[in-house]
Design a protein around this ligand. Structure first.
Ligand code: ADP
Ligand code: MG
Length: 703
């Protein structure tokens, strides 16, 4: 039986919340912490010591023995090195646990073993982690015990960002500064900060751990590199929002508890489209914290799965022929006096501030579509973007009927006199209430959709860090705000200039708006006609980082230097090559050690059967037909294997990271597809009891 759960008590139990600081810190220090958290600046050394001691006392009371500076290197996941609170024992051998302000604020992990993309040589090992006071410290509980985790940014000795958090924080500062200029134009004098609000819907697969452990491809690559389709896939659409099975339900319950303790507002859970696929969405919060929390969500999903004999797959495409997993990045901008800049209100046509913000966003997305696309690229996402089920690789904006109509009016006449209203939805059943209808329907095929009072960037991969996409989003919008503010602040006639600016931006960038079916072939052609970029792969997307417009923008707003951008490009190419290399080696391994031996054994058995049947004087044509088919496919398999092995040897000829990545994409990746085909065909021929790995049917339907 489930015991009663007290969510109010559980929530934030493992977080050093503002509330806990208020109780534990002297009033003055507490006020100083709040000030730095909200307005920036530095804590004094003495205050830092006081905060560190309070944090340590709380953590130790909860059973913590160690602390760590928790950071987000360019691997896309988090890193931690634990240090115990222990110090030198005193003369009588007593241990006093200590944690100083200095240890809280600054750490020095060895930076040489994290990817830096050439930002630093291996012999220069110094890297620093710096406390991010805006994201709360928390306790991680696992087999290691309880660890006090302090969210930090990670920089090199020379101050270059070696992580994903530093540029994100810089981008949040930039957008705050520029958005404030916009709201000031409309008379808002109270706001002192504008913060992105971010809500991240996370998709994932759960499969049985025993089966997972029998699949080297899942272990090494996180996705199946082989596997014929099961007789049933997702065609009946019976999994989406279906009743949650007991074993999965127990997992979700446990996951929610762990997340609530960490202060993550896990809110929505449901089955997703593909069998064995699910989704979790927390409530939106301040961007930086939401992004830290998403890392915790991903980590906790994996950890809790183990306790239930399950494995959580976060890969974007664990199963071919089935929907993959993404992450929807819901994004809006909120002032500290509570105004959401993306809220159109009832009459968006009258809301000039909203229209300016919208026009800036449309401009930003159109001008930097390539960068946005790049920000959502990762190796796994190459299997989704541009394939049928996910957003296309082409960036476009969905506005919906109401706003689209407002934009049309503005572009054609310069004025928007009216806005379409939602009206009532009549159910036609007298006992059911009539519902207020939104002015706009939804569109699930758009990569960048306006959904009421926020934009939803739907391209991001399920396993990816969302720091990158949000950094880009903040940066491009900051740039558009800055341009608009430069123009409007010095306008002689504000109303007129505002009107002209909105009209000009919308007219120039209307091509990015698309409300139709983003999955259709017709859109691909239409987008090409409109001149919108269609960047099909991760490696092709990298160039977007280093265009003059990208470098110019990031440098202007102090988000990335050119060398920081080059380092990201380098790391991206390398990550791609290394990942595909691992996949290729895994395939070779599985073919040689598992699939070929199984097929040989089976064909041997068939041959024996043919002989026996013939000897018994019966017709063995079916048996020998099967044998011929199997051996023919085996021949194809061997041919494809030799080709892949041969091509892998040629990789050493490509010295530059970029060339190498393209070699993996254009050659190795295709060889892998060629190798998979005969293996999957063989799976359909060979006796199931002899097939060496669990099948799609085993993994997806027997969870
Ligand atoms: P939808 O059905 O439009 O996807 P949901 O209400 O399910 O919307 O929300 C999806 C995610 O978007 C949730 O994480 C939610 O908290 C978040 N969200 C809702 N409103 C906002 C907003 N104004 N800004 C950012 N995120 C938001
Ligand atoms: Mg959504």
């Amino acid at each position: 039986m489930n015991e009663v759960m007290n969510v109010e008590e559980l929530f934030g139990k493992n977080v050093f919340t503002v509330e806990k600081m208020r109780v534990r810190l002297p009033r003055e220090v507490f006020k100083e912490v709040l000030r730095v958290k909200e307005k920036g600046g530095e804590l004094s050394k003495t205050s830092a010591d006081v905060v560190a001691k309070a944090m340590k006392d709380w953590a130790v009371e909860q059973g913590a023995t160690h602390y760590t500076h928790w950071f987000q290197p360019l691997t896309g996941i988090t890193a931690e090195k634990h240090d115990a609170f222990v110090t030198h024992p005193d003369e009588e051998g007593r241990m006093l646990l200590e944690f100083s302000g200095k240890e809280l604020i600054k750490g020095e992990p060895d930076a040489s073993s994290f990817p830096s993309g050439g930002l630093r040589a291996t012999f220069e090992a110094r890297g620093y982690t710096a406390w991010d006071i805006t994201s709360p410290a928390f306790l991680k509980e696992d087999a290691t015990g309880k660890i006090l985790c302090i969210p930090t940014a990670f920089c090199s000795y020379t101050g270059e960002a070696l992580d994903k958090k530093t540029p994100l924080l810089r981008s949040e500062e930039a957008i705050s500064e520029q958005a404030l200029r916009i709201v000031r134009l409309f008379g808002n004098k109270e706001a002192t900060r504008v913060t992105p609000s971010v809500g991240l819907e996370q998709e994932y697969f759960l499969i049985d751990r025993e089966k997972y452990l029998k699949r080297p491809d899942l272990i090494f690559a996180g996705r199946t590199l082989f596997g014929a389709p099961a007789p049933k896939g997702q065609e009946l659409e019976d999994h989406y929002f279906g009743a949650i099975r007991e074993r999965i339900g127990a997992y979700m319950r446990d996951l929610n508890v762990e997340l609530w303790k960490l202060g993550v507002t896990a809110k929505t859970q449901h089955n997703e489209v593909a069998p064995a696929q699910h989704e979790l969405a927390p409530i939106y919060e301040n961007g930086n914290v939401a992004i830290d929390h998403n890392q915790l969500v991903m980590e906790t999903m994996k950890k809790v799965a183990g306790r239930h004999g399950l494995t959580c797959l976060l890969h974007e495409k664990p199963f071919a022929g089935m929907n993959g997993s993404g992450k929807h990045d819901n994004w809006s901008l909120v002032t500290d006096n509570g105004i959401n800049l993306l809220d159109p209100g009832q009459t968006p046509n009258d809301n000039m501030q909203f229209l300016l913000v919208l026009a800036c966003l449309i401009k930003a997305v159109d001008e930097h579509a390539d960068l946005l696309r790049q920000s959502a690229a990762d190796v796994g996402n190459d299997h989704r973007l541009g394939a049928d089920e996910a957003p296309p690789a082409i960036i476009s904006i969905f506005l919906g009927d109401q706003l689209d109509d407002v934009v049309d009016q503005l572009v054609s006449t310069g004025n928007a006199k009216k806005a379409k209203e939602g009206g009532k939805l009549q159910t036609g059943v007298s006992t059911l209430p009539d519902l207020d209808k939104d002015a706009t329907d939804r569109n699930r095929t758009s990569p960048f959709a306006f959904t009421g009072n926020k934009f939803e960037f739907r391209m991001v991969g399920s396993s990816d860090s969302v720091a990158g996409p949000n950094t880009v989003l903040n940066a491009i919008v900051a740039e558009a705000f800055c341009e608009a503010a430069d123009r409007l602040e010095k306008a002689e006639n504000f109303e007129l200039e505002l009107h002209d600016t909105i009209k000009e931006y919308l007219t120039d960038h209307q091509r990015i708006i698309f409300n139709g079916d983003g999955y259709s072939e017709a859109w691909v052609e239409e987008a090409a006609r409109r001149g919108l970029p269609n960047i099909r792969s991760m490696v092709e997307a990298v160039d977007a980082l280093l265009t003059p417009k990208s470098v110019g923008m990031f440098e202007k707003f102090h988000i990335f230097t050119k060398s920081e951008l080059s380092s990201r490009a380098e790391v991206t190419y390398e990550t791609y090559s290394k990942t595909i290399n691992i996949e290729a080696l895994t395939m070779i391994d599985m073919v040689k050690k598992q699939i070929m031996p199984a097929v040989m054994l089976y064909s041997g058995k068939l041959a024996e059967t043919v002989r026996n049947v013939k000897e018994a004087g019966a017709d063995a044509s079916v048996q020998s037909g099967s044998l011929a088919e199997v051996t023919e496919k085996l021949g194809e398999l061997k041919g494809a294997l030799d080709k892949l092995e041969g091509d892998l040897k040629k990789v050493s000829a490509y010295k530059e990271a970029k060339e190498r990545a393209f070699w993996y994409k254009d050659c190795i990746f295709n060889d892998m597809i060629e190798l998979r085909a005969p293996a999957d065909a063989l799976e359909m021929m060979v006796d199931k009891s002899m097939w060496p790995i669990p099948t799609y049917g085993d993994m997806l339907f027997e969870v």
